[in-house]
Structure formats: C-alpha cells, structure tokens
Ligand binder design. Sequence first.
Ligand SMILES: [Zn+2]
Length: 164
Amino acid sequence: MYQETFMRQAIALSAKALDTKGTEPFGAVVVQNGKIVGEGINRSLATFDPTSHGETEAIRDACKTLQTVDLRGCEIYTSCEPCALCVAAMAIAGITKMYYAANLSQSDAALQNLPETNRFPIDVDHLRHECGRPLSARKMPAQQALSAEAVEVLRAWAAQQQNG
Ligand SMILES: [Zn+2]
C-alpha cells in the first residue's frame, strides 16, 4: 500500500546527487512489511558501473540486508519511472509493486539540455525495444560459439547440485 513517506525518502536520496560527486539524481527504496529494507542512488559515474541505477542499487541493498535474491512481497519506490534495465531487475527479484514520482517525459524534459560529459545518457526507448526483441531482431550483433563446451559446464553443475 502506497505510503508517502517512502516516496519522500526515494526523492531525498535522489537529491543527494546535488552534493555527491559521481551520482545522478535517481533514488529508490525497497519496502517490505512497511519498512525500508534497501536504498539506492545512481552511482554509475562514481563506481564505473553502467548498471548502477537508483533501482538496481536499492535492490542490491535490500537483497544484501535480507540475505536473499527473492524480493517477492516487496515494493519499490523510485524518484523516476525506471528504464528497462531496472524493470528487468525488479522482475528478476520478484518485486510486487512499483511506485514512481517523475515519469519518463518529465525526467527527459528536465535533463534534456545537459551535455553528455555531465551524465551517462540512456536511450530509454532504444533500451526497451532492444531488450524486448528476440536475439535475431536486435540491433546489437550477436554470434553463437562453443555452445557444446558451455552446455557441458551447465550439465556438470546441474549434476553436482543434484548429488550434493
Ligand atoms: Zn534504470
């Protein structure tokens, strides 16, 4: 159930970018049973990690806190409508519901005149299309190689899991 205090915390985290070098103003919190269990802010430039978004950081933090990769039953509050990477991370972790503040056109409009040297830009539309397409239809070329060797490792690991 939506609680304004959690959205205020997500936005407060985003505001840390105003005085924290290498961060961008995207913040998020993960909530379980009415309690914040994870917090995040975009630190991609500070940590040289293009996957460090507010939402992915909040999910990592929550998983570490709860010592699990299963966030079913948790909700996420984010200061901006998420990109496809973050939507995927939410789906993988099993986040039950998302609340967002600014939508994509609002954040685009607010950041539109910023040069690329000031932030690492994301083409949200391209990302959404690219990730939703089958392998053969994606823009990024892909080539399969050494599949038998990779499958051998998968089978060996699966067998080890069953016997161990
Ligand atoms: Zn994202």
